[in-house]
Design a protein. Structure first.
Length: 294
């Protein structure tokens, strides 16, 4: 049994997926397997992966499903993962040659059932740090705790599979393709900390068609998914300021849904009532930014 599953959700990314594959072929530690979740691709992704499997340079498991969005692909990955640890490397990203070695050795030295896993660093393709690194003396943190104390930028999460399987799957909403991956991370934060590894284990490239660059479109196209995560975050966000902002976003998504009962259905009715004027303004701003998008 391998220690680490590297899983990659992909949708019509045959043109970039080779970056991840080639980086996995170069790994200095072979204690991993690659799980590819093909979320309904219509390009030559399947044929490409079948060719790589025949090369036998990396142990590959391929799973195809109808398109559900990134969160649906994560659901499938967690169901199929059996190794002690797992991490997601997106279809346009790749790992430095010693990334698996760093993760496995760090876990063997410091890992325990007391923690949810590891939080590590991302860089861009030129090696520049994404956001901020961790304070030098920080040994453990929650994801929310890192950001609430001034941390910035995407970080690489390596979870214990036993932990992440113990929390509810991401919900699927008819006609929508997005629910924030933070849903599960926020729940895990309530019970566990993450070990801090101040090392870069992923090189990240943001594509113009990626969800990070199209968040306004996501707001318009996935209001049920956004309202769902905002309801949770109004309760679990670590600061009063953050909980209020979640309420503002919840109001905006509720207006998109034409849900007249959004105050009664919220877990914090008085907070939502106070946030309603700003939520209305935020709704108008999003509509202006996404004019012409259906």
């Amino acid at each position: 049994m391998y220690t680490l599953t590297i899983f990659t959700p992909t949708y019509n990314r045959a043109a970039t997926l080779h970056l991840c594959y080639e980086s996995l072929c170069r790994q200095t530690c072979r204690d991993f397997m690659w799980l590819i979740i093909d979320d309904g691709s219509t390009d030559n992704t399947r044929e490409l992966i079948e060719g790589w499997k025949e090369e036998e340079r990396v142990p590959i498991t391929y799973h195809y499903q109808e398109n559900q969005g990134m969160h649906g692909a994560h659901n499938a990955a967690y169901r199929l993962t059996e190794t002690e640890l797992n991490t997601c490397i997106d279809s346009d990203d790749y790992m430095p040659d010693d990334a698996v070695e760093k993760i496995v050795n760090f876990w063997k030295e410091h890992g325990s059932r007391e923690v949810a896993g590891i939080i590590a660093l991302d860089t861009d393709f030129e090696g520049r740090l994404i956001g901020t690194d961790f304070p030098k003396r920080m040994e453990r943190t929650t994801l929310a705790g890192f950001y609430s104390h001034g941390g910035r930028g995407d970080k690489k999460l390596i979870y214990r599979t036993e932990v992440i399987k113990n929390y509810p799957e991401y919900p699927l909403f008819e006609g929508e393709k997005y629910v924030s991956l933070g849903y599960k991370y926020e729940l895990i934060d309530q019970d566990y900390e993450l070990l801090v590894m101040n090392e870069a284990v992923c090189r990240v490239n943001y594509q113009p068609d990626g969800s990070t660059m199209n968040m306004y479109r996501q707001y318009i196209r996935n209001p049920q998914g956004f309202a769902f995560i905002r309801r949770q975050s109004m309760v679990l966000a670590p600061t009063a300021r953050r909980r209020f902002m979640e309420a503002v976003h919840y109001v905006s998504s509720s207006i998109m849904l034409r849900n007249s009962r959004f105050i009664q259905e919220s877990p914090r009715p008085w907070l939502v009532a106070c946030a309603a004027p700003l939520g209305l303004l935020w709704y108008g701003y999003i509509r202006w930014k996404t004019k012409g998008i259906k």
